[in-house]
Structures are given as structure tokens and as C-alpha cells.
Ligand binder design. Structure first.
Ligand code: SAM
Ligand code: SF4
Length: 320
């Protein structure tokens, strides 16, 4: 969808915008369906890249301890717990610039994927830059989706990262598309970009061919020690507007209300779901940042009449 169309949609009165996005949503999805994805950092910290929002970059002193790649046992244990809590998608993230075929670390990742993909959940990985060979091998090992966010507009990208380019991100996405894995690609708001930058990001996402099957919208979690540590929180209505526009521009994508939910009220989150968000990260921790507790999320989904499968409660520690 073109920028001028997105701009016109975005700047309507809020209720007109969300009425339209709700209609598009209900044409393509069941309104009560919200996917729950669990996220695990399998390799934390010490990343060579300088993404200004990221606590895992070795360019900043964020107090985060660098860890080695987790063992297969730890990872499959976490995946089993996530499944027991009702997650249907298990995402594994690594703080790397990328991975290359022929390296020991890539072999270990393939082994991890082969194990986790036996558990009956969708398997998503986010490992940084890859090419066509790595993409094919990951798909063959059992990866369903590859996450690689463009994060913002091409114009703003160099304000945020200098160690790789927007073009590099697009090349990885093209390799993933070619392999037949589904693409998970979105961005972050609240980094100091303009509303037009956000719409440019949606424009680029909607013009990918095919468009991404999953679109995470992250609100910046301002991490101490990073250059963006003092950014103010995103206004909730700006978030709702962007979700609504993403829903209209990417009708078939799962739009994920991703990082930053701890700062959004229950009412704000309800509005995001109404506007078109139909996926969340579920579990007390994101890669390194906090996420709402599982029981709090389940209570919210239930109160809104959104779907929570039977049997989930048994796996969730009680609040009493
Ligand atoms: N290194 C890989 C990469 O950059 O693609 C994978 C891991 S990276 C941490 C995954 C995504 O998490 C980033 O693209 C960004 O959108 C999101 N993210 C990281 N730190 C964040 C923060 N402080 N606030 C919001 N989103 C964040
Ligand atoms: Fe590294 Fe990814 Fe963080 Fe950038 S976002 S510093 S590539 S872990």
C-alpha cells in the first residue's frame, strides 16, 4: 500500500480508523483468535552490532552479562514448558550479527531446531543475517518462520544502526522468502522516529512480495546504557493507529503486539486487539526484557473473551 494511502488512513479520526481496521480484521481472521508466542534468548549479549535500542550490543555498557549458546537440554526444556502454558509458536533469538553455513555454531543451531520442531509448535528463529544456503538448511531442519525486523523506515535506519544497512536486512528477508520459510518482519516505535517513518516502514512491509506472514510491532523498551535509554514511552493512541493501519495494509498477517506491553494498560491492550493485533509474546520474559506475567495475560484474554485453550490453567502457577 502506498505511503499517501497509509497517511490518509492513519490521520482519520481514531474511531473511523479502527472501525475500518476491525472490518478488515474480521474479513480475514476470527476476532477472538490471539496467537501466543513464547520467546527464548538462546544466545544472549556480546553482539557485534550497534543497534541503538539493544541491550545486547557490545558497543554499550548495559550491565547485561554475555552468555554462550544455551545447551539443547535447556532449550527443549523451555520449549516444553512454553507448550504446556499454551504457546503455539516458539521463537528463539540469538544476539549475533548473523550465522554462516559451515560453522560449528550453525551446525548447533540446526541440531537445536531439529529437536524443538518435534514438539508440535511452530518454530521461529531470529539469528541475524543469513543467505540462501543458511535459509534452505534452516527450513529443512524444521524452522517454520524466520524473524528479521526492518525496525524502522529506510530513511531513519542509519540513525539507529551503523554496523549494517537497511539493504542488508532486505537481502536476508529475500533469502528467507526464497527458501519458503514464512517471514516475520516488523519494527519498533518510540526510538525518536516520526509518524511518517512508521508509515514508511508499513509501506515497505506491505510491498514485500509476498508480504510478511507475521508483523511484530514493538514499543521501545528503553534500556539503560543504550543511546535510547531516555526516550519517552510511546503514546498509546499512536500505537493503536499504527496497528490499525498495519492490519489494513497487511490483512493476512498476524500483527503482533510485541515488546513494551508491560507499559500498556489493560484498556490500551484491549484497544490494540480490537484494532487488529492478533498475536502476543507470552511468558514472563522477552529476549532480555520484562513481559507481563502469564497469569495476568491469561486473565486479560479471558476477560476480553479472547481465546484461551482448555487445559492451560493446569500448567500455570496459581496466584494464591
Ligand atoms: N540479532 C538478531 C537481529 O537483530 O535480527 C535477532 C535478535 S534482535 C534482539 C530481535 C528484535 O528485537 C530486534 O529486531 C528488535 O526489533 C527487537 N528489540 C530488541 N531490543 C528491543 C528493545 N529494547 N525494545 C523493543 N524492541 C527491541
Ligand atoms: Fe545484535 Fe540483534 Fe541486538 Fe542488533 S538487535 S545489537 S543485531 S542482537
Amino acid at each position: 500500500m502506498r505511503f499517501d494511502q497509509l497517511h490518509a488512513l492513519y490521520h482519520q479520526p481514531l474511531f473511523d480508523l479502527i472501525s475500518q481496521s476491525r472490518a478488515v480484521h474480521l474479513e480475514h481472521w476470527r476476532g477472538e483468535d490471539v496467537q501466543r508466542c513464547s520467546l527464548l534468548s538462546i544466545k544472549t549479549g556480546g553482539c557485534s552490532e550497534d543497534c541503538a535500542y539493544c541491550a545486547q550490543s557490545s558497543h554499550y555498557s548495559t550491565g547485561l552479562e554475555r552468555e554462550e549458546l544455551l545447551s539443547i537440554q535447556k532449550i527443549t526444556g523451555a520449549a516444553q514448558r512454553a507448550r504446556a502454558q499454551g504457546a503455539t509458536r516458539f521463537c528463539m533469538g540469538a544476539a549475533w550479527r548473523g550465522v554462516r553455513d559451515g560453522t560449528e555454531k550453525f551446525e548447533r543451531v540446526l541440531e537445536i531446531v531439529r529437536e524443538v520442531s518435534q514438539l508440535g509448535m511452530e518454530v521461529c528463529v531470529t539469528l541475524g543475517e543469513i543467505g540462501p544456503v543458511e535459509a534452505r538448511k534452516l527450513k529443512a531442519a524444521g524452522v517454520t518462520a524466520y524473524n528479521h525486523n526492518i525496525d524502522t523506515s529506510p530513511e531513519f535506519y542509519s540513525e539507529i544502526v551503523s554496523t549494517h544497512s537497511f539493504e542488508d536486512r532486505l537481502n536476508t528477508i529475500a533469502a528467507v522468502q526464497e527458501s519458503g520459510m514464512s517471514v516475520c518482519c516488523g519494527g519498533i516505535i518510540g526510538m525518536g522516529e516520526s509518524e511518517n517513518d512508521r508509515l514508511r516502514m508499513i509501506e515497505i512491509l506491505s510491498e514485500l512480495d509476498p508480504p510478511p506472514q507475521s508483523v511484530p510491532i514493538n514499543c521501545l523498551m528503553a534500556m539503560p546504557g543504550t543511546p535510547l535509554a531516555d526516550q519517552p514511552p510511546v503514546d498509546v493512541f499512536e500505537l493503536v493507529r499504527l496497528i490499525a493501519v498495519a492490519r489494513i495494509a497487511l490483512p493476512k498477517a498476524r500483527v503482533r503486539l510485541a515488546a513494551g506491553r508491560t507499559r500498556i494498560s489493560r484498556e490500551g491492550q484491549a484497544l490494540c486487539f480490537f484494532a487488529g493485533a492478533n498475536s502476543i509474546f507470552f511468558g514472563d520474559k522477552l529476549l532480555t526484557a520484562k513481559n507481563p506475567a502469564v497469569d495476568v495475560d491469561l486473565a486479560l484474554l479471558r476477560e476480553l473473551g479472547l481465546e484461551v485453550e482448555e487445559g492451560v490453567e493446569a500448567a500455570v502457577p496459581s496466584r494464591n
